[in-house]
Design a protein around this ligand. Sequence first.
Ligand code: B12
Ligand code: SF4
Length: 477
Amino acid sequence: MKILIINPPIRLTDKPRHIPHGLSILANIIRKKMGITPEFVDINAHRYNEDQVRSIIRSIKFDVVLIGGQIPVYKRMILYADIIKEINSNAVIIAGGSAAMSVPELLLQNSKVDVVCAGEGEKVIIDLLEELKSNKLEDLKHVKGFYHKVNDQILFSGKPEMLNDLDLESDIPAYDLLPMEIYLSNPIIGFGRDIDFISSRGCPFSCTFCYQPWGSHFRAHSVDLIVDTLKYLKKNYGIDFVSFQDDEFMTQKSRVYEFCEQVRKQIPDLLWSCTGRVNLVKDDIVSVMRNAGCVSISYGFESGSPRMLKSMNKIATVDQMENVVKISRKYGIMLPVSFIIGMPGEDNGSCSETVEFCIRNEIPLKSIMFATPYPGTQLFEFAVSSGRIRKDNLHDFIVTLEDARDFTINLTDKFSDEQLIAKRDEMIKDVNSRVKPISTESCNGKLRNIFGNLVDDYLKDESLVKHRAEHGGIDIF
Ligand code: B12
Ligand code: SF4
């Protein structure tokens, strides 16, 4: 059996910075458990155009195709499925990841995809591929964890069980199958050779705009596995920096302390960043993290309005937000924060509260996301039930979804589309006219204190400067 894995492109206006974790973990599992090395076509890294994709796929022999990603790749999965079937009509196309999982039936109805994985792929992909060796698609109804399309009928064999032990049941990405030089030369948060890593799954909170494919139960790789993998990445790929992209890296305090102790002992020169949550962060843990090489903790602040925070179910307060700003500044930790405009209930008053929050805390506002109802979220349910997204038109809406930096749909009652877009620009202008920006000299000085000479290359790279500016405050101290 010949297996082709396709990683569709994300964020076409930016450089490729994030490795495809899900697909490359599955590649490793397939290689180890079935002895088959899949052909990995990373369209995202290489930014191949349609003609190039066609000619590359034509040059490869394959029976099964695995494709996946987050919701903006929905439309690209449809395009690539057309190309794949045009070249090899007998190939079985299996899609997964949040784009496929959050709208499985819609994807099957609107594309030439044959099968959608309904959850974590590690266990079930092997069952499916083994069955495909001897059975046809029509006979696979009993393989758990998938939506199948057979003669235009969609069958669902039930959700796959969640993994219990990530170390035992999952794997690390098949780094050797990825164009690592491309990813490593486009830093995410740090400088130098920066790679992202996902060390846990699941989040105990349920913010209304967030899709939770991995549920509320927090599961994590062991500290030993994480540190060993980072040592491997340092030795084999010379990484300088790791950006933890977990839903919520700091959920389990004891794990963070243990990680800090081990990383400090075993890889003392490694710098790193992670995700944080304002209600989980206290001075003591940040001090330990900073000593262990952590130089940036990113937070979803979302709004300076207590009413809006409540309506998003953030379970976080403005006081807690102010507290983490103080703590981050105390330890010289960078503070990438994100804000959202346009949640249901947003009005001039709540926007002003966000502006005042930024001014009070001297946060120069570089970007604000538009509230975007991604499928699988409570916000999506609201947009459909309130008639803002037509039930009979979900596909047409989903193909419009891209980054939340772009306006897609208005969920407010108080603003027209034009007013909402203008309000965002006005808020950014307002904050920036009243918050004295940290001087370039001082900012670069602080960056040099942390990153040394690695920063000099950054100053020459306009695209990196732009990326950091758009990512709300990577350079805020
Ligand atoms: C890292 C990350 C990113 C990275 C991209 C990483 C990458 N190269 O793909 C960046 C920062 C770029 C990013 C951007 C965005 N992201 Co994002 N991101 C994540 C995050 C935190 C982790 C994803 C991940 O790698 N998980 C770990 C791997 C192991 O899991 P996985 O990819 O899902 O793969 C598993 C299964 O899905 C399955 N699987 C995956 N593919 C396949 C394929 C086959 C064939 C099979 C069988 C199985 C299978 O098996 C894998 C192992 O179990 C998730 C949160 C989350 N909990 O998933 C959000 C998430 C995926 N992102 C999300 C969103 C909305 C976005 C943005 C639109 C955000 C924005 N506000 O602009 C942008 C989209 C950019 C674009 N234009 O496309 C949503 C997706 C919602 C949805 N319905 O799809 C999520 C779920 C966040 C959330 N909680 O709401 N993101
Ligand atoms: S936004 Fe963050 S804290 Fe809220 S549910 Fe999603 S991952 Fe959890």
